[in-house]
Design a protein around this ligand. Structure first.
Ligand code: NAD
Length: 442
């Protein structure tokens, strides 16, 4: 089967590579010449564990190639995927469909045989029908169908998620499109992974509902964490006790500095807008969005408390800037709120991240990048753990404390315990939703 993948970002590249590994012939297209040049040299433009080897294997096997030329990519393709960005539109929170509609136009202009145009990008309900109208208008002769196939992969575990999904969601309007989609996902059908075949609108809705629900779960535990601090409970124990209930589940119940990333912030905002447009306000999602902002503000206050109410003149070391470990993605990361607050308050900020520097440098002006946690800690007044990279899960706390001017730790991912930190010689410790401690300095 021949597949074209339009948009070779986090989702398009991973999907294209995995489809080629299924045995399909895949051509990935992007508008960005620098990206295509890198890919043609065998380099992966993003950090995603395992992607480089899988890509090399399938390029070598002759099943995977890259191009800037959309017409070349869709020539002979039975399925053409749209996997371009749908960022938040400036000003109103809606998903910006400019890239999706531009891709649909380009497909329509170049297509001359039957194909299924599949939207993999996260798009508001009704978008697939809009894609259909756009293509029909631009190329009335063309025989085609549309399908909605939202993607659920997680950055950092994207290949595993794509190859062993909890489910695949496919929205179609007829059997012909359904058969093409079944062929695309045949290896997963054969291994009996659940495939939800439904209508276009339900498929589009499933993606937003799933992401809004996950964002709600995270935000719920973050709010409970704030109450735990006030009443003397330990949110880690609370999460554990809650998560053992099969109806609740233990995933996405880790208190932290607020959700971020390329999906939850924009998808919750888009769902809230969809609700407003249809006069069914998404009260829960709207509240989640504002509570998440509050959570980030609360983190700034926590750091301020550890700095005796003033960042000015303090040296602060920040470990981790990406929105989660195992990715270089910085989109809407909590670091983009926290670090500017520190810099703006007059702190000297030293930053380290195993993969975040490349993206982070332009986004975080005024910080000093160093190679590792120990270099960051040298002479610092406060150490902040912001992203739970494995490197930061097994730090030599004693060594860190010795290097610092005033050893104080803000562990915003609840990795360490009061006991570990006290023993290592720290003077103060704060985490999220658990008791900390503060020794007075003599
Ligand atoms: N990143 C994730 O973890 C994730 C997970 C699930 C779903 N999604 C959804 O998938 C979609 C893509 O997200 P992403 O993170 O991969 O975005 P991205 O910004 O990493 O990649 C989009 C790519 O599309 C290219 N592009 C834009 N218009 C094009 C055109 N007309 N022709 C060819 N290329 C074009 C851009 O140059 C860019 O490389 C979004 O709707 C997102 O919500 C993302």
């Amino acid at each position: 089967m021949k597949i074209a993948m339009i948009g070779t970002g986090y989702v398009g590249l991973v999907s294209g590579v995995c489809f080629s590994d299924f045995g399909h012939e895949v051509i990935c297209v992007d508008k960005d010449p620098a990206k295509i040049e890198m890919l043609e040299r065998g380099e992966v433009p993003i950090y995603e564990p395992g992607l480089d080897q899988l890509m090399a294997k399938n390029v070598e096997a002759g099943r995977l190639s890259f191009t800037l030329d959309l017409a070349e990519a869709i020539d002979g393709a039975q399925a053409v995927f749209i996997a371009v960005g749908t960022p938040t539109r400036r000003g109103d929170g809606h998903a910006d469909l400019t890239y999706v509609m531009a891709a649909a136009q380009e497909i329509a202009r170049a297509a001359d045989h039957y194909m299924v145009i599949v939207t993999k990008s996260t798009v508001p309900v009704g978008t697939n029908r809009q894609v259909k109208q756009t293509v029909r208008k631009a190329n009335p002769q063309l025989e085609f169908d549309v399908a909605s196939n939202p993607e659920f992969l997680r950055e950092g575990a994207a290949i595993e998620d794509f190859m062993k999904p909890d489910r695949v969601v496919v929205g179609v309007q007829n059997d012909r499109a359904s058969e093409v989609m079944a062929e695309v996902y045949r290896p997963l059908y054969l291994r009996e992974f659940p495939i939800v075949t439904t209508d276009l609108e339900s498929a589009e809705m499933i993606k937003y509902a799933a992401n809004a629900f996950l964002a709600t779960k995270i935000t719920f535990i973050n709010e409970i964490a704030a109450l735990c601090e006030r009443v003397g409970a330990d949110v880690k124990q609370v999460s554990r006790g809650m998560g053992m209930d099969g109806r609740i589940g233990n995933k996405f119940l880790h208190a932290g500095p607020g959700y971020g990333g390329s999906c939850f912030p924009k998808d919750t905002k888009a769902l809230a807008r969809i609700g407003q447009d249809h006069s069914i306000p998404m009260h829960i999602t709207e509240t989640v969005i504002s509570v998440n902002e509050e959570v980030k503000r609360r983190m700034v206050n926590k750091l301020l408390d550890l700095c005796e109410g003033n960042f000015n003149g303090k040296t602060i070391a920040v470990l981790g800037v990406t929105f989660k470990p195992n990715t270089d993605d910085m989109r809407d990361a909590p670091s983009l709120t926290l670090i500017p607050a520190l810099v703006g308050g007059g702190a000297k900020v030293r930053v380290t991240d195993p993969q975040g520097r490349h993206e982070g440098e332009a986004l975080l002006p005024g910080v000093h990048w160093v190679e590792d946690a120990y270099k960051a800690a040298r002479g610092a007044d406060l150490l902040v753990i912001l992203t739970e990279w494995n490197e930061f899960r097994a730090l030599d706390l004693k060594k860190l404390a010795r290097k610092m001017a005033t050893p104080r730790l803000a562990d915003l991912r609840n990795i360490y315990t009061v006991r570990d930190v006290k023993r290592a010689g720290f003077l103060a410790y704060e985490s999220v939703g658990r008791a900390g401690f503060k020794k007075t300095q003599d």
